[in-house]
Design a protein around this ligand. Sequence first.
Ligand code: GDP
Ligand code: MN
Length: 425
Amino acid sequence: MASDNAPILQLQDDRPAPPVWRRRRVALGVLILCLIESVVHVRSFRIQRPATNLDPPFHVGCQTPILNTTERANAAMVMLARNTDVDGAIDSIRSVQNQFNQHFGYPWVFLNDKDWSPEFVSRVGKVVKETGGGEAVFEKIPTYMWGYPPWIDQDRARKEMESMQNRRIAYAGKESYHHMCRFNSGFFFDHPALLKYKWYWRVEPDIEITCALTYDPFVEMERNDKRYGYTVALWELGKTVPTLFHKLSDWKNKRKMPSTSLWTAMMAPAWLPWPFRKILRLLRNRDGNGDMWNMCHFWSNFEIADMTFFRSQEYREFFQFLDEDGGFYYERWGDAPVHSLAAGLLLRPDQVHHFSDLGYVHKPFQYCTFAPHEDAFKRGELVPDFDANDVREATEKEIGCNCFCDPNIDQVAPECFNRIKSTVM
Ligand code: GDP
Ligand code: MN
């Protein structure tokens, strides 16, 4: 009887389609689960602010007498420059000498990949002497520290550089700029002229210090167990470093390195629920999970840092990994994001110091040294959302000594400061 089997089939055929309300309920359930998953995920990127400020300014206001009677740290003022930078170099040196080093006399080391011009040496040498600061030496960068390493495919590099230039990626394609970024990221600290020093203050041409620094920052860094100091935190241009974060994040996972709160503070979670957010990994500046680097980094045109950090085995391995990848040439990795992400990977947040009392200009931006109002502070505004145009009406408290906030230069946006500083205050 052929019909014996029929009921079973029929049973399936006849089963009524699930009613619309049921299908909707299932869909709604899945949606809610996704939403919860998303919210939990995003919340896991929140930074737990510590109960006390782990990174206050070393001093507030002017120190009188200037604290220059203490023993000196093993430190140097260091400037990388081209011969053509001489005018800007002189302006920067005058500023740093007047605001700080005339009272402390730290030596200056000038680095160049080319031979120094007699003009640079004589003019700069004279200014350093006139402004009461220590010895000045003019050094050349050895060729093995500046130029393509042997494993770089130079044809590919030039092709990528041309493409980056066509896409108008800042500074990309200027070969010497790529060499400079690689040098600053990995070799700077091993320059023979710097080996005898532990601390450096990196000064660039065309910067200005807009407060008096009436204490010794190196000694304070040492005393407070700080390894890296900055004045400005802001967003990197994402197109210069499209794969840097993904590669570093994979490297970190492979080594099972924990996420410090500083590392997390440099991230922006993806809002898409798992597993959909995984697709986002294909976009630039995302890690393997699809979460993103928020592009916050420390500006490296000012740095006061401990070179033993950059000379450590850990940092060397970190740099070697990046160097072997070739992103200094196939992309345009800057030393600022490299140093910053290294700090996020390898330092405790409280080992990073914000010189919140030190006004600073590197055009087009400046940093003005005001403390947030108490109520704003409680909302997590750790530097004031400050418009330099209105500096005359500012009611915020000045942290620095004899500062000048220029009403004609834009103040750095507060977002990156707030995110990063929430790890320590
Ligand atoms: P920006 O700060 O990124 O806008 O770039 P800058 O033009 O200010 O360069 C950053 C620093 O690197 C400055 O101290 C420059 O003098 C230095 N620099 C850039 N390119 C070269 C180069 O080819 N040779 C040397 N010796 N220094 C360079
Ligand atoms: Mn510059």
